[in-house]
Write a protein that binds this ligand. Sequence first.
Ligand code: FES
Length: 125
Amino acid sequence: MDLYPEIILDHFKNPRNKGIIKNPTKTAEKENTLCGDKIRIDLLLDKNKKVRKIRFSGEGCAISQASASMLTEKLHGKPLSQIKKIPPKEIYKMLGIEISPARSKCALLSLETVKKAVNGRRHNQ
Ligand code: FES
């Protein structure tokens, strides 16, 4: 039996929206201090402050990478105001498995990085 459901393994093996944006409107990087894994998120916004393009990069475990991949799909077209309010429980729901306290940092790394980017200073705009 696999340790993780098919959907998580699929996103881990075939990550969606992986890469970088050359001139992002917003960008941030965050590290899971427990393991040293990092995620960077780049956002390109349209004039209505909605996500036109989103990319993630970095290295990490299946949970952190699958979570980043799934989250980028979910955030496409979303307004910044809505992204700021996403609670951690939405990520757990998205992953669809029980996340132990030890893995919560892995699961939430991408959401925390997106929020850091959204709340950070603007790039090129
Ligand atoms: Fe490093 Fe999960 S073990 S992010």
